[in-house]
Design a protein. Sequence first.
Length: 190
Amino acid sequence: MPTDLPAIVGRNVRRLRTRRGDSLERLAKQSGVSRAMLGQIETGKSVPTIGLLWKVANALNVPFANLLHSEAPRGSVVLRRSEAKLLTSSQGQFSSRALFPFEGNHEVEFYELKIAALHRESAEAHAPGTRENLVVVKGVVELTVGAEKPQTLAEGDAVLFEADVPHVYRNLVASEAVLYLVMTYADIAS
């Protein structure tokens, strides 16, 4: 499996953008990401943050993993922790590790999320119809979905919500929180 994440992301963004017939300028307007940054991403010269990748995926109307996949594997696939594709934001305060191979198209994705002590992470709205199913493995996390009242989730608690609105994860304790996330997409575009 290729481990050069910036190059993989760059190839996929370029492929998906050109397949739609979009220019860098048009994708920049649709995503809210500058043309210069998109150019750096496409050439593999920049390692984008999770938030930036979500903006690009939403603008391209594709699942997040479509920006990260390469050729589809055959047979059993072992995903070694030491070789994981780890995405971080907020200067490492929030991380997301894929627990599935990025290759191919996915209707469902599985992630391990880690949130630093007392950190608050905002997520933009995902593609229409996207749902998140979260379970807290360690810690206590507050989840705010759109205009809904915040929900407090302790270890072992799970929640299913529509993720096509902005949402916020907030670690309420002074130690790292660990969550597992299953992301389900309503429609797949490649």
